[in-house]
Design a binder for this molecule. Structure first.
Ligand code: ATP
Length: 456
């Protein structure tokens, strides 16, 4: 696997990811997605929508607001409890997440379920040092709420305070009744949503792994109490299949169940699907069985009846919920880490290759005229034809070998070359990214060929 430094350089040079606000010296830990990165993000979201909404059993979509009534965050517990344990070093004034400091010292520890006192005692007992000041001169741990606060309207006073959502899930819970009524869906059913979330993380970093602004893809799957653990297993398998079908090496994945004593008070099962990043296994995708906690909280505070009447048994209950939740950027990161390599060729040369599933590739095909003067017009016609259906790119600069290499490096699965023969019989060559094999195909068959190849 390439290093993170290599990936950052590559992502900038090729146009996947640029540093945010770069011409002003940047804004720490913000990233902009360039022509390739924005296409890849779009394709990841489309793949998730296809598998987790369109083709999933009984799942519909939602697009709810980022700004919500602050009572939502009171009910969900975010106002009082959405905080990380912050620890500050007296000498350097650097701040850290206490749990991450412990994990950096000893990755076998599980500080997730510890109290602040337990974390502080561990840090002092093991004399964990600040990497900057090299001292163990720590202030007591305090809770740091990660929600971004702002004001709605022209007056900046407490009554107008609103928060940028730290997760998309609550938008789903508060619309549970609306969705159930308008769709007439019967439990079990799910609601999927993609959207921006914001967390004022204490220690963002590792490129796009942890940022303060990110995009989440969340599914809330409502089911009958008592059936939730079956659905929990169902969705874990579904998530794993999704990743493997899209080409992630299974050896880089593992499912890590949270220990019973480390579970949140409302959860009866939680598992992290982890990926082996350059710094080791770390969270990619979380799944939690959240019982009826969220709907009950909203029912209590809003005084709206959020129960469900089972039409078959006439039972009335608040459904339980299973929540798989993943960041678009984390998936983007693992598709790049999983696929990028310097491949040694038989000729002794090396080529940079991004082995990414055609469904995700930023461009499905590159259209290349062999000789610009003779073939560019025909190549542009083919580009226009295919652009009706797919993201494709046209390239006429430099020799054909260099153009192939450029497309290999950005993961384009097919290079379509227009040559002398094309002008005679309306066929083109297709060069396959991974095998570098070339085959001849009629222009009329291109659309069908690409469509079949990008299916997953
Ligand atoms: P952590 O403990 O690492 O801060 P978490 O377990 O609180 O994270 P969740 O609330 O479960 O994270 O978030 C669900 C998913 O959203 C994560 O698995 C991850 O893919 C994504 N995610 C969460 N926080 C961030 C972030 N700051 N930047 C990018 N993606 C994030």
């Amino acid at each position: 696997m390439v290093t993170l430094e290599y990936l950052v350089q590559y992502a900038k040079q090729t146009g996947f990811i640029f540093q945010g606000s770069e011409i002003y010296g940047g804004l720490a830990n913000t990233w902009d997605y360039g022509p390739l990165g924005s296409n890849l993000k779009k394709n990841i979201k489309e793949a998730w929508l296809k598998k987790f909404v369109k083709q999933a059993p009984n799942v519909v979509a939602l697009d709810s607001s980022i700004l919500l009534n602050p009572m939502v965050w009171q009910a969900s517990g975010h106002l009082s409890g959405f905080s990380d344990p912050l620890i500050e070093n007296k000498t350097s004034n650097q701040r850290y997440r206490a749990d991450k400091l412990i994990l950096a010292h000893d990755p076998t520890q599980k500080p997730d379920g510890w109290t602040e006192d337990e974390m502080y005692d561990y840090i002092m007992k093991h004399q964990i040092k600040d990497p900057v000041s090299k001292t163990s001169d720590w202030l007591p741990i305090r809770k740091f709420n990660m929600m971004f606060k702002t004001f709605q309207g022209v007056v900046e006073e407490t009554a107008n305070e609103v928060y940028l959502r730290p997760e998309t899930a609550q938008g789903i819970f508060i619309n549970f009744k609306n969705i159930q009524r308008s769709t007439r869906l019967k439990v079990p059913f799910g609601v999927g949503q993609i959207g921006k979330s914001f967390r004022n993380e204490i220690t963002p970093g590792n490129f796009i792994f942890r940022t303060r602004e990110f995009e989440q893809m969340e599914l809330e799957f409502f089911c009958k109490p008592g059936t939730e653990l079956e659905w929990f297993d169902y969705w874990i398998n579904y998530m794993m299949k999704f990743l493997k079908d899209l080409g992630i090496n299974p050896e880089l994945l593992r499912a890590e169940p949270h220990a019973k004593e480390a579970l949140s008070h409302y959860s009866n099962a939680t598992t992290d699907i982890e990926f082996k990043y350059p710094w080791g296994f770390d969270e990619l995708w979380g799944i939690a069985s959240r019982t009826d906690f969220d709907l009950t909280q909203h029912q209590n505070l809003s005084k709206e009846d959020l129960t469900y009447l089972d039409p078959e048994t006439n039972e009335r209950y608040i459904p339980y919920v299973i929540e798989p939740s993943v960041g678009v950027e984390r998936l983007l990161l693992i598709f790049l880490l999983n696929g990028l390599e310097e491949e040694k060729l038989e000729s002794g040369d090396t080529r940079q290759l991004l082995k990414i599933h055609p469904a995700l590739a930023p461009y499905k095909a590159a259209i290349l005229p062999l000789v610009r003067k003779e073939h560019s017009q025909k190549a542009k016609e083919i580009q226009a034809l295919l652009a009706e259906h797919f993201d494709v790119v046209y390239d006429e600069t430099q020799n054909i070998g260099k153009r192939y290499r450029r497309q290999d490096a950005i993961g384009t699965p097919f290079c379509i070359t227009v040559d002398h023969q094309t002008m005679i019989d309306q066929t083109v060559t297709i060069r396959h990214r991974d095998s570098m094999e070339q085959t001849r195909i009629a222009i009329d068959s291109l659309e069908d060929f690409i469509r079949k190849s990008i299916k997953f």
